[in-house]
Ligand binder design. Structure first.
Ligand code: ADP
Ligand code: ADP
Length: 222
């Protein structure tokens, strides 16, 4: 069974005569264990697509199944619950909480899910070790390099064992070498079985994924 299945998704913004067709009849399937890049230039619809896949926004029409769930049949009230269960987000600008250390940033999603603090801390420590930050647990974001902050964010995305990691321009704020290290980490996590969907405008970065879905002007072109 696919993890992500979009069929004939349309999404528009605004009203005539300023209506924008951001996604036009988009269909795609992503299986568990894939490492997929969604590649397209600015304005092609990537953010719109990410917001739909990420349960942040809804399409005008078409169907979206995530992990076997038909999202059309889910009430609005559980979108945020499903978002937390199904998706670990990684952003260009890391989005860590400045006043908390790495450990607590990573433990938070577990605390929200009702884990006890000791257990959450234990899992967060193991996850930080997994991304190579075992020695930076008690540093706050402003005491970490950009690459280290992104590793914390990746640990946070991993810690809840969501089936999907959804990464939006994850190397966009990093220099080339550090960006490559983050992509190498994604590759390792993918080899360990994690499903990763990465959004980018950069061909070279997309090339690190195992499959590239190209979007242009709201259409999937290949
Ligand atoms: P990308 O992430 O690839 O740059 P977007 O999904 O942000 O593309 O945008 C796709 C199209 O939809 C663009 O033409 C953009 O101007 C338009 N768009 C995006 N968000 C809005 C919005 N809130 N209101 C109106 N138009 C929007
Ligand atoms: P501040 O130093 O600004 O008061 P906090 O007290 O919120 O910051 O957090 C300091 C550190 O204490 C965090 O980085 C985290 O390791 C730990 N911490 C924060 N909140 C809790 C909590 N609810 N339970 C246990 N430890 C916490």
């Amino acid at each position: 069974e696919p993890l992500i299945e979009l069929s004939n998704i349309n999404k528009t913004y605004g009203k005539e005569p300023n209506k924008v067709f951001a996604l036009k009849n988009v269909s795609m399937t992503i299986d568990p264990g894939e490492f997929v890049a969604i590649l397209g230039p600015s304005g092609s619809g990537k953010t719109t697509l990410m917001n739909i896949i990420g349960l942040i926004d809804k399409p005008d029409n078409g169907t979206y199944f995530i992990d076997g769930l038909d999202m059309k049949k889910q009430p609005d009230s559980i979108y945020s619950v499903l978002r937390n269960q199904k998706i670990g987000f990684v952003f260009q600008k890391f989005n860590l909480i400045a006043k908390y250390d790495a450990l607590y940033n990573v433990a938070l999603p577990l605390l929200y899910r009702g884990h006890r603090f000791r257990e959450a801390k234990q899992i967060a420590t193991e996850t930080l070790e997994r991304v190579g930050l075992g020695d930076r647990q008690h540093h706050r974001p402003n005491e970490l390099s950009g690459g280290q902050q992104q590793r914390v964010a990746i640990a946070r995305a991993l810690v809840g064992s969501s089936p999907l990691i959804l990464a939006d321009e994850p190397t966009g704020a990093l220099d080339k070498k550090t960006g490559e290290e983050i992509l190498d980490l994604f590759e390792v996590l993918n080899q360990q079985g994690k499903t990763i969907v990465m959004i980018t405008h950069d061909m070279n970065i997309a090339g690190k994924a195992k499959r590239v879905i190209k979007v242009e002007d709201g259409n999937v072109i290949s």
